[in-house]
Design a protein around this ligand. Structure first.
Ligand SMILES: [Zn+2]
Length: 319
């Protein structure tokens, strides 16, 4: 059995993801629409060079570019590097090459994947587009490139105008809490709210930062705080968004716990949104104990206590 020290920092996987949807504009719409037709477009610039993918504006004069021309689908590898272990979301699931490919009729190379054995990869090799079997409405209509001599039959195109693109963005990493945050998180796992006091100015920070931002000294003096406090500032959330757990309107507020010198954000529920105000006294509503973990979400929300509002002077220095 592994003994985990109670001072060892806590860590957990964190995944941030959202689908980024945007319009393509006139040039890239033409490029993407052509890809759906299994054609690759370039655009000719003022110096006669053909660029692909087509930029909207001339790299030399910055004038709008409109002289579109067909390029490819064959081309030549200008340079390449090997991807020995493909990552999720990359064009191929087996090892492949990233290559700059100058398509026939183009002057500037484009980046894409080449599906070829490593020993077959070389600068100057001839490749051609392998079209995706399913239309995607973007650069992924080119599944990858493949050596020209081994190119297979193309799937049937499924043309449609492409004006929008959705790009999934994802970042998955391991988040490690600082030693001070870890103590805070271990405390809240037991229903305790632990802050730390600055030995110089006496301010109490919760969650603790490990050092006082004013004095620059470590905060080592631990302080247990009550689970009630005062609303300092707040906003009424009226805008719906993807993944929202509550139905607007509701209130996100800064709550200054009694004895703390810094407020943290939480929800104020169990009263109409338009009754929440600066100085309102609130208390934590904890989730059932069996649901507790190392997270501030152990507190489901705060609710009004019914006490008289705190005078402005009490929280004026904490806004
Ligand atoms: Zn200080």
């Amino acid at each position: 059995m592994t003994q985990v020290s109670d001072t060892e920092p806590l860590g957990a996987p964190l995944r941030i993801a959202f689908d980024y949807t945007r319009s393509l504009g006139p040039s890239l719409s033409r490029f993407a629409t052509a890809l759906r037709e299994h054609r690759v477009l370039g655009v000719r610039g003022s110096d006669g060079r053909v660029h692909t993918p087509p930029p909207e504006y001339d790299p030399v004069t910055a004038a709008l570019l409109t002289d579109f021309v067909d390029v490819g689908p064959g081309g030549e590898v200008v340079t390449w590097s090997w991807q020995p272990k493909p990552l999720d979301g990359q064009p191929l699931t087996r090892p492949f090459a990233w290559a700059l490919i100058r398509l026939d009729g183009a002057d500037t190379p484009m980046l894409h994947a080449v599906d070829a054995p490593r020993e077959a990869m070389r600068t100057g090799m001839r490749v051609r587009v392998r079209w995706s079997p399913e239309p995607t409405g973007g650069i992924r209509d080119i599944a990858c490139f493949e050596p020209e001599e081994s190119a297979g039959a193309s799937p049937t195109p499924d043309p449609a105008e492409v004006t929008m693109i959705t790009t999934p963005i994802e970042l998955a990493y391991w988040h490690t809490a600082s030693p001070e945050e870890s103590r805070f998180l271990r405390g809240i796992t037991e229903g305790r709210l632990l802050g730390q006091r600055c030995p110089v100015c006496g301010k109490v920070y919760i969650p603790p930062r490990g050092a006082c931002p004013v004095d620059g000294v470590p905060t080592t003096d631990e302080v247990a705080l009550p689970d009630r406090g005062t609303v300092t500032t707040f906003c009424v959330v009226n805008v719906p968004y993807l993944g929202q757990r509550l139905t607007p309107p509701y209130v996100a507020a800064y709550v200054l716990l009694d004895g703390a010198d810094i407020a943290f954000q939480h929800l104020i529920l169990e009263c109409p949104a338009d009754e929440v105000r600066m100085g309102m006294r609130v208390e934590a509503v904890w989730r059932p104990r069996e649901e507790w973990g190392p997270t501030l979400e152990n507190i489901d929300h705060f609710r009004p206590t019914g006490e008289p509002d705190a005078p402005y002077d009490v929280y004026a220095q904490h806004l």
